[in-house]
Design a protein around this ligand. Structure first.
Ligand code: MLT
Length: 240
């Protein structure tokens, strides 16, 4: 098995992912929100890469049972039902709903992986569930960190590094790209106290300034949402 880590989605094109097994990570906060919504009973998530497309999708086919969700500059977009805090996606709000999700980096990164054979969305909350899925699938892995507007996000890399370490500790003969090897080192030095890490990264500080400090604690919890969320034909659904 070969494992590669991409530091941000802006460095590759859609066709890069053709027939690959891809993991998308956006700890703060898109993949954490997606996993929470599915864990709390949402029927499906439809990630989109523009606000206009989000409006079109939610007003059309899925009218009535759809929630239009997401953020710009971390805040809920005017006219949307929900923003991008995992606390907004409670069971009473999301049960059986189709959620159209636009976020600055995360939803765009997921849409970009659409030609993959398999895509799963990972965060600290479902790390072991994703690791076990990848071990069962037994294919080469691309881990795509959403990053922040084309820049590296430390929390995504540390999450990737923990996933890569979990895989190398479980099976022999894993070939690591240089970036995958680097992610393990980052996970070793920054991954001991994830809560502290999220409070000190660039995006974590912005979320704190904007009043989302509780989100950081939520996003730091290991394996609190033990699901596999799988993206196929434009829609993310819970597999297990
Ligand atoms: C993103 O996709 O950039 C993030 O989810 C932004 C956020 O924290 O809301």
């Amino acid at each position: 098995m070969k494992v590669n880590v991409l530091f941000t989605h802006n460095i590759v094109e859609e066709f890069y992912f053709s027939e690959k097994t891809t993991v998308v990570i956006d700890v703060l906060r898109a993949t954490t929100v997606i996993n929470t919504a599915l864990f709390n009973g949402a029927k499906e998530i439809i990630p989109v890469s523009s606000v206009d497309f989000a409006m079109k999708v939610s007003s059309g086919v899925f009218g009535g049972i759809t929630l239009l969700c997401g953020e710009r500059n971390t805040k809920k977009i005017e006219g949307f039902d929900l923003g991008n805090s995992p606390f907004e996606y409670s069971p009473d709000v999301v049960n059986n709903k189709s959620i159209v999700l636009f976020t600055t980096n995360g939803s765009k990164a997921i849409v970009k992986t659409k030609y993959s054979e398999n895509v799963v969305t990972c965060c600290f909350n479902n790390l072991d569930a994703i690791k076990n899925y990848l071990l069962d699938t037994n294919k080469d892995i691309e881990i795509l960190c959403a990053g922040n507007n084309g820049h590296f996000s430390l929390e995504d890399l540390v999450c990737a590094g923990k996933l890569v370490s979990g895989i190398t500790e479980s099976i022999e003969g894993v070939f690591l790209s240089d970036s995958a090897a680097a992610s393990i080192i980052l996970a070793k030095s920054y991954g001991k106290n994830i809560k502290k890490l999220l409070h000190t990264t660039e995006h974590g500080k912005i979320l704190k300034e904007n009043g989302y400090e509780a989100d950081l604690d939520y996003c730091s919890k290991l394996n609190s949402v033990p699901i596999v969320s799988h993206f196929s034909s434009g829609v993310i659904k819970r597999l297990n």
